[in-house]
Design a protein around this ligand. Structure first.
Ligand code: ADP
Ligand code: MG
Length: 300
């Protein structure tokens, strides 16, 4: 297992910022860590990366207990913190050289060149960090996280604050990394998680409220939708035995259901009985990840 978190607890006074959570990430997975602000994402990530001590429970990276062997664990981890502090006065290469030095890399020059190439920084590599756009600053952060070729990448809101083009570019870099590394990245943007990974862990108020593939979350837990278009104008009363029925206009009706096949049969029966001409009858999965997310994280 690349990442293993067991009954992890972090208390700030009375508050349980992380409340006894457990999850695993297998080698080679890209997993989205999703949750609203204040949910406990950064806290969890700081503990996994050894930058914060937990109140209880354990975190392992590549089988190494992070609290017990922080230096060994850190060799396996590339970490991009949420508010990544960079030295704006340093040149890109100079900064990466400094990071390579900290890691005690034997072949610094090669490692720097490789990191620069991986994150697409070549054209900006001679500039001072302070001169770079936000997207390129983030690439510097990523390059620094990658420079020691870690097995596991922990990225805390890697695209936050970037413009749409920069977001797409950073996502591409991360996706590429996911081909041969384990990646856990946090986000509060649902589309992002949908675009980048198959599996998502959703955290809310320190508790894990979902840990599943996106497909599974969308399919099983929530309803699908049937859209019926008919030629005739009919009264809602003809669908009276069906719940969750909404008229979109005089010809189009929407039905929400957990059992689309049964509902389809029922609608066909009604149409036959009432002599209705069906123009179309379509199934759709209405619940976007956004619905799922809102349902799981809404405040009581
Ligand atoms: P997220 O990254 O999901 O937005 P955080 O992990 O940063 O959430 O924070 C989780 C909760 O813990 C929040 O309610 C936050 O206010 C609280 N918290 C985080 N750091 C501290 C701290 N150093 N002292 C007190 N409370 C904190
Ligand atoms: Mg955070």
């Amino acid at each position: 297992m690349s990442i293993e978190v067991k009954n992890l607890l972090k208390e700030y006074g009375e508050q349980k910022a992380v409340n006894n959570i457990s999850f695993e990430v297998k080698q080679g997975e890209i997993v989205g860590f999703l949750g609203p602000n204040g949910a406990g994402k950064s806290t969890t990530m700081k503990i996994i990366t050894g930058y914060l001590a937990q109140t209880g429970g354990e975190a392992y990276v590549c089988g190494i207990n992070v609290a017990e062997q922080p230096l060994e664990a850190k060799k396996k981890i590339g970490y991009l913190p949420e508010l990544n502090a960079l030295y704006y006065d340093m040149y890109v290469k100079e900064y990466l050289g400094f990071v390579a030095e900290v890691h005690g890399l034997p072949n610094k020059k090669e490692a720097i060149a490789k990191a620069i190439e991986t994150v697409g920084l070549a054209l900006e590599a001679k500039k001072k960090i302070g001169q770079l756009s936000k997207g390129y600053k983030q690439r510097v952060g990523l390059a620094a996280a990658l420079i020691h070729n870690p097995e596991v990448l922990i990225l805390d809101e890697p695209t936050s604050g970037l413009d749409p083009n920069q977001i797409v570019e950073i996502r591409e870099v991360i996706k590429k990394q996911g081909l041969n590394k384990t990646v856990l990245f946090s986000s509060h943007i649902l589309q992002e998680v949908e675009a980048m990974c198959e599996r998502v862990i959703i955290i809310n108020k320190g508790n894990i409220v979902a840990d599943d593939t996106i497909n599974h979350l969308l399919k099983n837990k929530y309803q699908s939708e049937l859209r019926l278009e008919i030629k005739e104008v009919v009264d809602a009363s003809i669908f009276e035995d069906i719940q969750n029925c909404t008229a979109i206009n005089s010809h189009i009706w929407l039905f929400r259901t957990d059992n689309p096949e049964a509902l389809k049969r029922r609608l066909l029966e009604i149409s036959l009985a009432k002599n209705l001409n069906i123009i179309s009858l379509q199934t759709g999965n209405t619940s976007s990840l956004e619905d799922v997310f809102r349902n799981l994280t809404k405040s009581e």
